[in-house]
Design a protein around this ligand. Structure first.
Ligand SMILES: Nc1ncnc2c1ncn2[C@@H]1O[C@H](COP(=O)(O)OP(=O)(O)O)[C@@H](O)[C@H]1O
Ligand SMILES: C=C(OP(=O)(O)O)C(=O)O
Ligand SMILES: [Ca+2]
Ligand SMILES: [Mn+2]
Length: 664
């Protein structure tokens, strides 16, 4: 009542007349009418409840362009465009053995009144007259929920998906089902005449082969499953902020959770871009609730994530873990980009006020997201980037942060990003207050938050930047023998990049077990498609050309191995990273370490000097030496598979890289 049209509070003249009209004297009341009104505001402009409800929602672009509203950018009529879009979706969902795609209609089947009058012509390949011999599936409509907004997806999730709740921060908390992490052993890649020669196969490779026919069997299984549902979600979005190398992706999924996750993680098209979207470059069929058939050739479990580069398609069966889609697309980029001489990187990336860019490489849990999200710098992205002739570009439109033990104090920007629109996976919360307990690992240790990058206050939009100045390799060394920071020469940078070391701590139960070393080539062996040396050669060439400095930062243990020592404090790691960014560390005094032969600084501002050399922090010097040699041995053994490869055209560099490993 006291609010004007802008929703602001005001004490205007009209307010005095209207707002205070409730207090009336008996005399004035008498003058107006004998009936006592309970409110003097005008009545609603509706005759029925249904009419009232229809007033609540204004028709709008972009997702459902309607005649007469804004958002018509192309010369096509709205109806023709909508029909074209539905036909494209029908083609995506088509069985490969039947002659036509399914009958798709737009909108929620629960809202019959809102279902548009036109459906896609089922004969999207050619004109087709239905005969009596068609199966039941062709009699049924597939309802498509196309590029819904976060608010609409919240409603879908809360209404229809068990385990979906609004957390007190406003984020959508949900469960990913039985799988709470990726399933790399269930990934399959179609081996055909082309990929047989192009891709990395065999020992160490993430690409486990499958044939084209088996792919089609799984594709049909996924498509039939999706078409059997009342409704499917379709996201049409982009990958890569470099406009010249943008990739159009379509994600067909059965859960609002998956649609919201990809809405956050991929680049969101503007209404105009969406109208001109056309045919996608790549399509994911996510039928994660439905298992693969164990009798199918090549299947070793009920989960299968299948990539077909020739068809530009990915099929997901038997896992609802949303990270599969994000990292599946990353694999595709690891194939497409190097073909264009663009290096794809499993790294975070940020930029200082002066335009100095840093890359953060590292395996899961080593700190890419945490350290690239830095309040004093612009965030370009937390996980997947491209490095081309013009500089760096983020592949994604969002971030995917680990939330175990998340603290508002240590990671304020991530904490604040977990608000309305963000997806919270597998966290535990108070059933009443809906307050999340980030220390609770009851569902999984791998609790996650996915949010659009603009939820980080100093995100750099568009997410592109100039050539990197620093290349930071992160390792979470649970052995506790790698220094908190070391400076690397180019050959050492390449040696550590190809090695891709981190250590996992053993299961937290049953007392303390040995940390386990993991080596994952290019800090992302699970996602690379070509031989690691291809990416390494490109990185070496780019670092050399642009004069980038390599660093190895241990975000893991100090003062002993896991169980004895403790994890290096995040504020110390941040100080180290600050000194790299500012350039002050480049000019510090260094000493060379034994065994790994890297340069370690004697001082870093804000970090106790004694921890810079790990030997100082171990009480048992003999144990330190033995652990160091043990880790060095593991490095050596891992590198054996690469000794017969040449890195780039430069024989000299290859020899230097081979010599850049530990010496003992
Ligand atoms: N010294 C440290 N440096 C970086 N991260 C640390 C450190 N100590 C603890 N952590 C925690 O380790 C985790 C790193 O995970 P994250 O940044 O998500 O890794 P990534 O993005 O590489 O998978 C975060 O939960 C962070 O709070
Ligand atoms: C999403 C993932 O990435 P990260 O742990 O590196 O953030 C993943 O590896 O599944
Ligand atoms: Ca990652
Ligand atoms: Mn991350």
């Amino acid at each position: 009542m006291a609010a004007n049209g802008n929703g602001e509070f005001s004490f205007g003249k009209g307010t005095a007349r209207k707002g205070l009209a409730k207090i009336q004297t008996a005399a004035s009341q008498k003058k107006q009418s004998a009936i006592c009104h309970d409110d003097s505001t005008p009545p609603v402009k509706a005759q029925t409840i249904d009419e009232l409800h229809s007033l609540q929602k204004k028709r709008s672009a972009p997702n459902t362009p309607i005649k007469g509203t804004q958002g018509s950018f192309s010369p096509l009529s709205d109806e023709a465009r909508q029909k074209q879009q539905l036909q494209s979706i029908s083609a995506s969902l088509a069985s490969l053995t039947r002659e036509t795609g399914p009958k798709v209609v737009r909108g929620d089947p629960a809202r019959k009144a809102e279902t548009p009058k036109f459906a896609a012509d089922p004969g999207d390949h050619f004109s087709f007259t239905p005969t009596i011999s068609v199966s039941d599936s062709s009699l049924k409509f597939t309802h498509v929920l196309y590029n819904l907004s976060p608010a609409e997806l919240y409603e879908q999730a809360i209404k229809y998906e068990k385990g979906s709740f609004i957390a007190s921060s406003g984020a959508l908390a949900t469960l990913s089902g039985a799988k709470t992490g990726r399933s790399p052993r269930d990934k399959r890649v179609v081996k055909d005449e082309t990929t047989e020669h192009e891709l990395w196969w065999g020992k160490g490779s993430p690409n486990i082969e499958m044939d084209e026919h088996t792919f089609l069997v799984n594709r049909e299984r996924a498509v039939d499953y999706l078409n059997s549902l009342d409704k499917v979600f379709v996201n049409d979005q982009f990958l890569n902020w470099d406009p010249q190398n943008r990739v159009k992706v379509r994600i067909v999924s059965a859960r609002a959770y998956h649609s919201l996750f990809m809405h956050n993680m991929c680049i969101r098209p503007t209404p105009e871009e969406l109208e001109n979207f056309g045919t996608p470059d790549f399509t994911i069929y996510n039928a994660g609730q439905f298992p693969c058939n164990r009798y199918t050739h090549y299947m070793t479990s009920s989960t299968s994530i299948d990539l077909n580069l020739a068809r530009r398609e990915m099929v997901i069966l038997g896992t609802q873990y949303a990270g599969e889609m994000k990292k599946g697309l990353f694999s595709v980029m690891h194939y497409l980009m190097p073909k264009r001489q663009i290096l794809s990187l499993h790294s975070g990336c940020n930029m200082g006020k002066d335009g100095d860019v840093a890359l953060f490489f590292g395996l899961s849990g080593t700190g890419k997201t945490t350290l690239s999200t830095d309040h004093n710098r612009y965030l370009i992205g937390d996980d997947e980037h491209c490095w081309g002739d013009n500089g760096v570009s983020n592949i994604e439109g969002g971030c995917y942060a680990k939330c175990i033990d998340l603290s508002r104090e240590k990671e304020p920007d991530i904490w604040n990003a977990i608000k309305f629109g963000a997806v919270l996976e597998n966290v535990v919360f108070d059933e009443h207050t809906r307050e999340v307990d980030y220390s609770d690992k009851s569902v999984t240790e791998n609790t996650r938050a996915a949010y659009p990058i603009e939820y980080i206050p100093n995100a750099k939009i568009p997410c592109v930047g100039p050539h990197p100045k620093n290349v930071i390799l992160l390792a979470c060394d649970a052995f506790g023998v790698l220094p908190p920071v070391s400076k690397l020469n180019l050959a050492q940078t390449m040696y550590h990049f190809i090695s891709g070391y981190t250590a996992l701590v053993a299961g937290t139960e049953d007392g303390i077990k040995e940390p386990t070393a993991t080596f994952s080539a290019c800090f992302g062996a699970a996602f690379i498609m070509l031989h690691p040396t291809k990416y390494a050669a490109m990185l070496a060439e780019k670092m050399q050309k642009h004069g980038a400095t390599g660093w190895l930062v241990n975000t893991g243990w100090s003062g002993g191995s896991y169980g004895c020592g403790s994890r290096i404090k995040l504020p110390y790691t941040r100080k180290i990273i600050d000194a790299i960014h500012s350039g002050s560390l480049l000019n510090a005094n260094y000493k060379k370490t034994d065994v790994f032969g890297v340069e370690i600084p004697t001082e870093v501002e804000g970090v106790p000097s004694e921890i810079l050399d790990p030997e100082n922090t171990w009480a048992d010097k003999q144990a330190y030496k033995e652990t160091l040699l043990k880790l060095a041995g593991l490095f050596k053994r891992n590198f054996e598979i690469f000794t017969n490869y040449k890195i780039g055209k430069d024989n000299k560099l290859t020899e230097e890289i081979l010599a850049a490993g530990p010496n003992f």
